[in-house]
Design a protein around this ligand. Structure first.
Ligand code: AHM
Ligand code: MG
Length: 337
């Protein structure tokens, strides 16, 4: 291995001063996420052994119930964050409501809340296709010393102090931003450490990959249909390549490296889209902008949307800036009002 390698642990310490509120807590928080990512990675890698080791709902040899992987991932991230003693509240795609941390230590004195999608794309697990974890971190807006409130979680995405994802794939990677660009770290399974493999990740200005579930085509808005036709036209650098894994983290990760656009629009079946504003759209939008790309709901910047509900959904168009602007121009043609 190159002797100039940098581990994620070293990187966090070396870059702590770049963060404007730096007091070490955010670094400890990202360390807790790093730990949970390794544990979940281990379990995700065993998923193919389900027939041998037992499926969700079975009882294992120790007499413990086997959990579904998304529930397991949720528990691991929650435990790592709570035991790290650095958060005052958590909310998750897997939970009905936000969690306050009672008991062991005075969590109400902590500044940060974490919003998490513990295992995104989990329908891909059974078929050995990559999945991911998405996280988003805000400073609380209610006073220190009080239990957190819903409003601490319902902040605009532009208020995020950090966001990132873990992609569990041929390699497992952790990619994150604290508002000073995007950096990617690859897990070396031999040493159990993440190493800086993708410094300063940037979306190419344009690309030739479009990702959208075209099975829903008949239900899409006219602007989206027209953009798909545009992508398929045989002219200039088109037709573009079509790639859709169905695991947002994986589709996004490919696009940030190669250049492309990811779209999950509204449809007549899902009038607000499918993806969750707090757990999926906002963190990916923050990463997108930090990587020089663009993320909108087709008309407005994702990070400017004021959330009203923890599980609110939003359409999303994100990726290479020129591709997103082109898609927006088609949406605008049919904008009502
Ligand atoms: P999930 O949070 O229930 O896993 O759903 C999110 C996933 C995204 O990762 C993916 O891009 C999208 O749902 C795929 O949805 P569809 O099957 O409708 O194309
Ligand atoms: Mg999800």
């Amino acid at each position: 291995m190159n002797k100039n390698y940098v581990t994620l642990g070293e990187f966090i310490i070396n870059n702590q001063h770049d963060f404007k509120y730096s007091s070490g807590e955010l670094s400890r928080l990202i360390n807790s996420i790093r730990l949970a990512a390794k544990i979940v990675n281990h379990e995700v890698n065993k998923a193919g052994l389900v027939d041998i080791l037992g499926a969700a709902g079975d009882t294992n040899v120790q007499g413990e119930d086997q959990q579904k992987l998304d529930v397991y991932a949720n528990d691991v991230f929650k435990s790592a964050l709570i035991n790290g003693e650095i958060v005052c509240g958590i909310t998750s795609e897997e939970e009905n409501d936000y969690i306050t941390i009672e008991g062991k230590y005075n969590a109400n004195d902590n500044k940060y809340v974490v919003l998490i999608d513990p295992l995104d794309g989990s329908s891909n697990i059974d078929v050995n296709v990559s999945v991911g974890t998405i996280f988003s971190i805000y400073r609380r807006i209610t006073p220190l010393g009080m239990p957190v409130k819903k409003e601490d979680f319902l902040q605009k995405g532009s208020e995020q102090v950090a966001a990132g994802y873990i992609v569990y794939s041929t390699s497992t990677m952790l990619v994150y931003t604290t508002g000073n660009g995007v950096n990617g770290f690859t897990l070396n399974p031999a040493t159990g450490s993440f190493y800086l493999s993708h410094p300063n990740m940037k979306f190419p200005e344009s690309g030739n990959i479009f990702s959208i579930n075209q099975g829903n085509y008949p239900h899409f808005p006219k602007g989206v249909k027209d953009y798909i036709k545009y992508c398929q036209e045989e002219i200039e650098d088109r037709p573009y390549t079509y790639r859709y894994i169905g695991s947002m983290v994986s589709d996004f990760h490919r696009n940030i490296i190669k250049g492309g656009i990811y779209i999950y629009p509204t449809s007549s079946k899902a009038p607000n889209g499918k993806l969750r504003l707090l757990y999926e759209c906002n963190p990916m939008a923050f990463l997108t902008e930090q990587a020089g790309g663009k993320a909108t709901n087709g008309f407005n910047r994702i990070l400017d949307i004021q959330p009203n509900e923890l599980h609110e959904r939003s359409p999303i168009f994100c990726g290479s800036i020129k591709m997103v602007e082109k898609a927006e121009s088609f949406m605008l043609k049919y904008k009502k009002g």
